[in-house]
Design a protein around this ligand. Structure first.
Ligand SMILES: [Fe+2]
Ligand SMILES: [Fe+2]
Length: 176
């Protein structure tokens, strides 16, 4: 994947919140690819390291809030018992907290020596990047394959409007 895949989805997509979340997942995959490359190469450029750190400590948190505060609660209200979503959503929510902790460790490693043009990736940081990427890829597969698939079926138009409003407010976007 190219570096451009790690750019944020356009705000106009917030009118279609499930599409925005899907686009955010593509971006997460692209960031995982970059982190795996960092871990393999044992080195990162300052520009790439800063961009990944900004993502892990910024937009990734917004994405977790989109899901924890807007998407998952709406789905909990609409899902049918046979969907069996309760345990899945509880697990995914817990993974957000674990993921944030790993992201903090990676962010600290990438920003430890901000004046250096090149960031050396030491063994522990590289292992954290590989572990984070593996865990995130599993998480994304479950969200795309189960959560978003059910959301498209179960959520109503007003549900989607409310999710869209929450996501816009979180980003300070007009029209919420
Ligand atoms: Fe997600
Ligand atoms: Fe998630």
């Amino acid at each position: 994947m190219s570096w451009d895949d790690t750019a944020p989805p356009p705000f106009v997509l917030l009118d279609d919140p499930l599409a925005y979340i899907l686009a955010a997942h593509l971006r997460q995959r692209a960031v995982c690819t970059v982190l795996r490359r960092f871990a393999t190469d044992r080195v990162a450029s300052r520009a790439e390291a800063d961009r990944v750190t900004a993502y892990l400590t910024g937009d990734l948190r917004l994405h977790h809030e989109d899901e924890d505060l807007d998407l998952y609660p709406a789905l909990r209200r609409r899902a049918l018992p046979e969907d069996g979503l309760g345990i899945t959503l509880a697990r995914l929510g817990e993974e957000h907290r674990q993921c944030a902790a790993m992201a903090d460790i990676i962010g600290e490693a990438l920003s430890a020596r901000p004046a250096d043009d090149t960031v050396h990736i030491y063994t522990a940081a590289g292992e954290a990047m590989q572990a984070y990427a593996a865990s995130e890829m599993r998480h994304l597969a479950l969200e795309n394959g189960v959560v978003l698939a059910l959301a498209r079926i179960r959520l109503t138009r007003p549900d989607l409007k409310a999710i869209s409003r929450g996501m816009k407010l979180r980003r300070g976007v007009d029209g919420a």
